[in-house]
Design a protein around this ligand. Structure first.
Ligand SMILES: [Fe+2]
Ligand SMILES: [Fe+2]
Length: 375
């Protein structure tokens, strides 16, 4: 029997804004977040290197390590106000007359308020990247234990180091260079909880390597394109070099594993991918930023959605530009009755299905190797 959207995400209409914004982080002072999980830790006595694509990725990972302390110039001063004045945002669109918010609680906002909003918005984004990176650190440590293949254990071990570096680099940037920090967004936390509480090793991969990291790769790419700030720009270039390998690791591993699953098992993976997609889309409404400015996010977001130039922010769709082709490559889009294709069509992201998948892309994105060759 097919699950309904309500079974999967707890609401019938995936676009119900009241329901989405009703999910908030009610425990913002929490320090330790405990998720109960019971997994099988797998030894393997088969040490044969039988997966050349994973071996190649592992070799690449060993030579493309970089050091947050010495490869980045932390003496650079970051002027957030200057930075946001150079970057397109809602405030800029309002000023240019592209969005009319005169019927909303922010009607009276001028340059000062919008600048402040944009600064908070970037503080929020970096904070969520930081929390997501910690999710990746924990998930890849889990994969080392749970994946049955030696080549994948080797590779995942390198990724644990990569993710520690990412937590370090985003944490340092956020606390040394930015003006405020945000707790984890409730939608992102629900997704991370779902991933780490699942005992099936391939779900850790699907949730983290394909969905969360696929979105991160697109979001980092977008931010890298827009930012003029040299420290953040270089940091993102290096993080993206690593992330491209990570997504490739997910695609290469799951491609093999999914060939052995039956229709019902594949359907469960499709549902998981759809739920993850919605959680990630919903977190980007950045409701906490509006709240910190004393504005009810529902009043502004609903208005923008109904009256904005294209209904919704194109950036939100771009976030799926890696996820959809990777799901296609894994066979998840069209398996069974094409259930996931229908869902991705409904939420407006199916147009990315034939964009480049991330199985091979990592070689062209290795900026660390390029810098080393140049020097
Ligand atoms: Fe990462
Ligand atoms: Fe990663």
């Amino acid at each position: 029997m097919s699950s309904s959207t309500a079974d999967i995400i707890g609401r019938e209409d995936p676009n119900d804004l009241d329901a989405i914004l009703g999910i908030t982080n009610t425990d913002v002072d929490e320090i330790i977040h405990d998720v109960n999980a019971s997994v099988d830790t797998l030894f393997t006595w088969n040490y044969e290197r039988s997966r050349p694509a994973l071996s190649k990725l592992y070799e690449k990972a060993k030579t493309s390590q970089w050091n947050v302390t010495t490869d980045l110039d932390w003496s650079i001063d970051v002027d957030q106000e200057k930075e946001v004045s150079n970057t397109p945002g809602i405030g800029m669109a309002v000023e240019a007359g592209l969005i009319d918010l005169s019927q909303t609680p922010v009607a009276h906002w001028g340059k000062k308020e919008w600048t402040n909003f944009e600064i908070e918005s970037s503080n929020w984004s970096l904070s969520q990247f930081l929390h997501g990176e910690q999710g990746a650190l924990l998930c890849t440590a889990r994969i080392v234990e749970t994946v049955p293949w030696i080549d994948a254990k080797y590779y995942a071990a390198t990724q644990v180091m990569d993710e520690a570096r990412h937590v370090e680099v985003f944490g340092r940037y956020l606390y040394e260079k930015m003006s405020s920090q945000y707790p984890i967004n409730a939608h992102l936390r629900m997704l991370l909880d779902d991933i780490v509480s699942d005992s099936r090793w391939d779900i850790t991969y699907l949730g983290m390597q394909i969905m969360v990291e696929g979105l991160a790769l697109a979001a980092f790419g977008f931010m890298h394109m827009l930012t003029q700030e040299p420290l953040l720009k270089k940091l993102l270039r290096y993080v993206m070099s690593d992330e491209a390998r990570h997504v490739a690791f997910g695609v290469l591993s799951l491609q093999e594993y999914y060939q052995g699953l039956n229709q019902d098992e594949i359907k469960e993976r499709q549902e998981f991918a759809f739920e993850a997609a919605l959680r990630m889309r919903d977190r980007f409404l950045q409701q906490e930023v509006w709240e910190r400015q004393g504005v009810n996010p529902l009043e502004v977001i609903k208005f923008m959605r109904e009256n904005g130039p294209q209904g919704a922010d194109p950036f939100q769709y771009m976030l799926f530009s890696k996820i959809v082709p990777n799901c296609k490559k894994l066979g998840l889009l069209d398996a069974g009755d094409g259930w996931l294709r229908e869902r991705f069509t409904e939420i407006g992201v199916i147009q990315f299905e034939d964009w480049v998948d991330t199985g091979e892309e990592y070689e062209s994105l290795d900026e660390v190797a390029k810098d080393r060759a140049a020097s």
